[in-house]
Write a protein that binds this ligand. Structure first.
Ligand code: SF4
Length: 388
């Protein structure tokens, strides 16, 4: 297929595809799916070999958020029966993090619900980062605390944080449909603050919220422009008790096409398969390892993932290897320059919009798989052992 040959050539050169090419990936048929995966897999292997980086989530503070992000089980007014607890103590968080590291994770992601941290919260998280770094040599720590105020990114960096996560989630055009209590611009600003402080930026998206193909391409092109080092791709988990509970829009095939598109647009960036992996990819998860070079180990913030050992077995069975702590994740040109989502100088090719119609051959209305959504009841904030 000419499209795929072009995209592989561009990916190997770190050149930006056109919007039409990105849209065309999303519009490929199920008959072409393996070709799409194989093509994006060549780009993935060029920059990351067969390595898979493991990340481990620690939910420092769960639920009771005053913001209204429609997709979130921790939002204002959420009826989802998730664990709710306030800040974990540094030693509790460190213990949870250690379980993830023992399971093979090289990055620990410290997440707290809320609009953004107070300065006291930054103090708390700084103590937690110091405790984790002291007890787990070489571990990377990423903080995800919401919108940052002036100076907070610098303080996190000084405390030893390596990275900061703040997702764009969806396109600028649809952001107001998803959240009303803060803006897309607020999110962009926080990513810029993290970058300015020397933190490695992590920013990604959530697919499956009813967005069009054009919206998905918009947010991925915006991410390339924003230039994070890692791009988590979440697939919406439609939690009962949230406004998006009925949004079961994804098939495994659609998820794979989305991941392939992200890989082509951000060829040399850590593309991380995040929440919704088990729920939406199901038995097709191993194919996704040809597209992403990073996953979360074990459980998510408020839902349970498959057993950590099942993640490790899947990686080995699919012929990939867990990335060791001594290996630099990013290709040398990015690691040395401190960033650069592909050849940033390539710029974004302006081009027209295309309708977000369903791909030919895809089921129009995927079945709701509420049976696969399990609220997290173990690990951080409980007396039960974490899943790692
Ligand atoms: S700010 Fe974070 S925790 Fe709060 S509702 Fe939005 S995504 Fe959920």
């Amino acid at each position: 297929m000419d499209l795929l040959n072009t995209l592989v050539d561009k990916g190997l050169r770190r050149e930006l595809p056109t919007r039409e090419e990105a849209l065309a990936v999303l519009a490929t048929s199920d008959d072409d799916l393996l070709e799409v995966v194989a093509a994006a897999g060549k780009v993935r292997r060029q920059w990351f070999g067969r390595r898979v980086k493991l990340n481990y989530l620690v939910n420092l503070k769960s639920g009771l958020c005053p913001e209204d992000c429609s997709y979130c089980s921790q939002r204002l007014g959420s009826k989802a029966e998730i664990l709710k607890y306030t800040w974990l103590k540094p030693d509790e968080a460190s213990k949870a993090a250690a379980a993830g590291v023992a399971g093979g994770a090289k990055r620990v992601c410290l997440v707290a619900s809320g609009r953004g941290p107070t300065d006291r919260d930054v103090d708390r998280v700084s103590e937690t980062i110091e405790a984790i770094k002291e007890q787990n040599e070489g571990v990377e720590v990423c903080a995800c605390l919401g919108l940052l105020s002036d100076g907070q990114a610098d303080r996190l960096r000084s405390a030893g944080a390596d990275a900061y996560n703040h997702n764009l989630n969806t396109s600028e055009g649809t952001y107001g449909d998803i959240t009303t209590t803060h803006t897309y611009a607020d999110r962009v600003e926080t990513v810029h603050q993290a970058q300015a402080a020397g933190l490695s930026a992590c920013s990604g998206l959530i697919a499956g919220m009813g967005e069009s193909d054009a919206d998905l391409v918009d947010v991925v092109f915006s991410l390339r422009e924003l230039d994070p080092d890692s791009v988590p791709v979440n697939f919406l988990i439609p939690f009962e008790g949230t406004p998006l509970a009925k949004e079961w829009n994804l098939t495994p095939q659609r998820c794979l096409r989305i991941l392939a598109m992200v890989r082509f647009v951000c060829p040399d960036v850590e593309v991380r398969l995040a929440g919704g992996r088990e729920v939406h990819l199901r038995s097709m998860q191993p194919l996704a390892l040809n597209l992403v070079n990073s996953i979360f180990l074990g459980d998510y913030l408020t839902s349970e993932g498959q057993a950590g050992q099942a993640d490790l077995d899947m990686i080995a069975d699919a012929g990939f290897e867990v990335e060791g702590a001594g290996t630099t994740t990013l290709p040398a040109h990015r690691a040395e320059s401190g960033g650069g989502c592909g050849s940033h100088d390539g710029g974004c090719a302006p081009c027209g919009e295309a309708p977000g119609e369903a791909a030919p051959g895809s089921p129009e209305v995927p079945a709701a798989r509420t049976d696969l959504v399990a609220v997290r009841r173990r690990g951080a904030g409980t007396d039960l052992a974490p899943n790692a």
